[in-house]
Design a binder for this molecule. Structure first.
Ligand code: NAD
Length: 354
């Protein structure tokens, strides 16, 4: 029997509610496929700050170090908004974990499932039968980590990239494309930025090792337009930290439902942190109405990317699609004529359809 240790960090707001449903679904998968999934619960975020005075206790890092992957909820909320910059919940917990485990590749799928095509704010002839884009953002380099100067009358942010930083994220993109539609689009600003010239150069060099994958290029400004005009033409997009930050949120909005979108942040050993794209949703926390699908699909990404369990991962995705096809919806994706279900109700339906 295959045995995996998972560090489970529920966090704040809707985190614990949606995590409970993800565990419900993973338990069903482990029974069906004869896996042993061991959950090690640990605190991070506001809840950890209240208990121990830090959003990322060293005990939590140790638990993660002893695990094969981290399944993460969301952290933060209005209660902790006034903390000083160095104690900011999201920064300490999430950036802390990214840094500690060198999670350099952020994978954000933007998927419109056919039954939810109407949720997209795009025209229906553009959405067609839905689209499935995977945005891969370099996560630990670029302008967010460069030297910063902020003076009274002058400010600057340095944007740097090294060959190795580009090559490793490019490899993640080409490997992912091999398992999908075999197309990578490199998004940069190489008509203006030196760091983008280097980025494009080493994406192109890495492509030589992947002759089956088609590579094309877009400047970031054009990419934002093409993503709206012809989203179905994209497969994998690989881009720098800042452009990926913006582009992945744009793509998320095109799907029309933040509660459906999962994400993964990986290092070069395949270790990863898996979390929903949304935040702690304080406006709906504790009401049993949040959509647990993003958290459930984060679990599916974990099975695929960290444990190599493709069939088990696909089983979760298929169960989600089946439940949507049967017209069950949480409040955020509700349409007239469909059946409204709670957070727990959606989790049970998906587990039952594994
Ligand atoms: P948010 O994503 O929490 O909420 C934005 C809107 O989307 C809200 O109306 C919310 O109800 C809705 N929403 C989000 N997830 C949902 C779900 N699963 N089901 C149904 N509706 C959902 O963003 P925000 O309001 O800007 O941030 C709230 C808090 O979350 C802040 O403290 C922020 O710092 C934190 N946050 C954390 C993370 C993280 O942990 N990775 C990411 C983003 C925001």
């Amino acid at each position: 029997m295959k045995n995996y240790k998972i560090a489970v960090i529920q966090g704040d707001g809707i985190g614990p509610e949606i995590m409970k449903e993800a565990i419900k679904v993973l338990d069903k998968v482990s029974k069906k496929y004869d896996l042993k999934l061991q959950y090690q619960y640990a605190d991070a975020g506001g809840i950890a700050y209240d208990k121990l005075g830090t959003a990322l206790p060293s005990q939590t890092i140790k638990t993660c170090e002893k695990s094969d992957a981290i399944l993460f909820g969301s952290v933060g909320g209005p209660k902790w908004d006034s903390l000083p910059p160095e104690e900011k919940i999201e920064k300490v917990a999430l950036l802390g974990l990214r840094k500690h485990f060198d999670l350099f590749a952020n994978l954000r799928p933007a998927v419109v499932y056919r039954p939810l095509a109407k949720a997209s704010p795009l025209r229906q002839d553009i959405v067609g039968n839905g689209f499935d884009i995977l945005i891969i953002r370099e996560l630990t380099g670029g302008i967010y980590f460069g030297k910063k100067v902020l003076e009274e009358n002058f400010a600057s942010d340095e944007m740097t990239y090294k060959k190795e930083e580009v090559e490793r994220v490019a490899r993640v993109a080409f490997e992912a494309a091999l398992k999908r539609n075999k197309k990578v689009t490199c998004v940069d600003k190489s008509n203006v930025l030196s760091s983008s010239i280097l980025f494009r150069k080493y994406v192109a060099k890495t492509a030589k090792n992947y002759p089956k994958v088609k590579l094309d290029y877009l400047y970031i400004d054009n990419a934002t337009m093409q993503l709206i005009k012809r989203p179905r033409d994209f497969d994998v997009i690989v881009t720098t930290n800042m452009f990926g930050d913006i582009l992945s949120d744009q793509a998320a909005m095109l799907t029309g439902s933040i509660g459906m979108l999962a994400s993964a942040s990986l290092n070069d050993k395949g270790f990863g942190l898996y979390e929903p794209a949304g935040g702690t949703a304080p406006d709906i926390a504790g009401k049993n109405i949040a959509n647990p699908i993003a958290q459930i699909l984060s679990g599916a990404m974990m099975l695929k990317h960290s444990f190599g369990l493709e069939d088990e991962s696909k089983a979760i995705e298929n169960a989600v699609i089946k439940v949507l096809k049967k017209d069950y919806r949480t409040a955020d994706i509700m349409e007239t004529g469909k059946n409204k279900v709670s957070t727990a109700g959606m989790g049970t339906l998906i587990a039952d359809n594994i």
